[in-house]
Design a binder for this molecule. Structure first.
Ligand code: DHB
Ligand code: FE
Length: 284
């Protein structure tokens, strides 16, 4: 049998990996939520579902289709994918509503803690023949009062040029296109990577079935994911997109914000493109 490559990725395998990664980092399911709050939230979620059923006069065949679909989401391990695509953006909006500084957005299902750390001008771990347009990404990390934050950590993760994430699709080296970069004395990081491309969420499983059945699409605009943290400041989880790029205005995950745009310029060294961004962190 030949070795599987990322092009053999399935939603079920990606989902199973995402489920394992989430379970390894998640707290106990009820941590920090008291009985009153659980009762209030659960009652209202159920009431909202009952309301839809009544208003649309659900049939038994629709109810059975829903039941079969929910079972399949679980069997394929697709809950992290489904929830982060269709629900997380509202949670992020509420949690960060009053937060000053740079905008955050969803983490998504493909963050893995523990990426290799490096400082100076960093090339993200990548294969010798990594496909894609070279991208030089520079960021200045500062506090809201303007002070640079030397030693800040800028963690980046992204899909490759075919739209696959290492550790979730087969055949990609473990930390490919993932790294933690430490800001220099000026609070700056300089990262060489490849330009991400528009990306279809895994769509050959239950999530894709729903998307197809509803006549939606499975695309996200090209994006880089970040976690930025500095001593005395709140962790910023965000993504950056490319102004004018495809799917910017119809992201399946509803995670684009106008403040999160990068503007590509041809790289000064003639090798691909370059972009820069300011990460402004809120005090802890
Ligand atoms: C999903 C994938 C992503 O790359 C992302 O940024 C958000 C969500 C998903 O498949 O659920
Ligand atoms: Fe992503």
């Amino acid at each position: 049998m030949t070795q599987a490559t990322e092009l053999d990725a399935t939603a079920a395998e990606t989902g199973a990996n995402a489920t394992k990664v989430f379970q390894a980092k998640a707290k106990a399911p009820t941590a920090g939520t008291n009985q009153e709050r659980v009762a209030e939230l659960a009652t209202e979620v159920l009431a909202a579902i009952h309301d839809v059923i009544r208003r649309h006069e659900l049939t038994y065949s629709e109810y059975d289709a829903l039941k079969a679909w929910l079972i399949k989401v679980g069997q394929d391990g697709e809950w992290p994918l489904f929830l982060d695509v269709f629900i997380e953006h509202a949670v992020e909006e509420v949690v960060n509503a009053d937060r000053p500084g740079s905008k955050g957005t969803i983490e998504g299902p493909f963050y893995v803690p523990g990426a290799p750390r490096a400082d100076g001008e960093v090339t993200l771990p990548m294969r010798a023949d990594e496909a894609g347009t070279p991208l030089l990404f520079r960021a200045h990390v500062r506090s809201r009062d303007g002070a640079s934050l030397p030693g800040a950590q800028v963690e980046v993760w992204q899909a490759d040029d075919a739209g696959f994430y290492g550790q979730f699709a087969p055949g990609i080296p473990e930390w490919n296109l993932r790294g933690v970069v430490i800001a220099d004395a000026d609070g700056t990081v300089t990262i060489r990577t490849i330009q991400p491309v528009p990306y279809q969420i895994p769509h050959d499983g239950a999530t894709g079935q729903l998307i197809a059945a509803a006549g939606w699409h499975a695309w996200r605009p090209a994006h880089l994911h970040f976690k930025v943290v500095a001593a005395g400041h709140q962790l910023l989880t965000t993504q950056l997109y490319f102004a004018g790029g495809e799917y910017i205005s119809n992201d399946v995950a509803s995670a684009v914000k106008p403040e999160l745009m990068l503007h590509l310029k041809p790289a000064a060294d003639g090798n691909g493109n370059e972009v820069s961004y300011d990460f402004v962190l809120a005090r802890a």
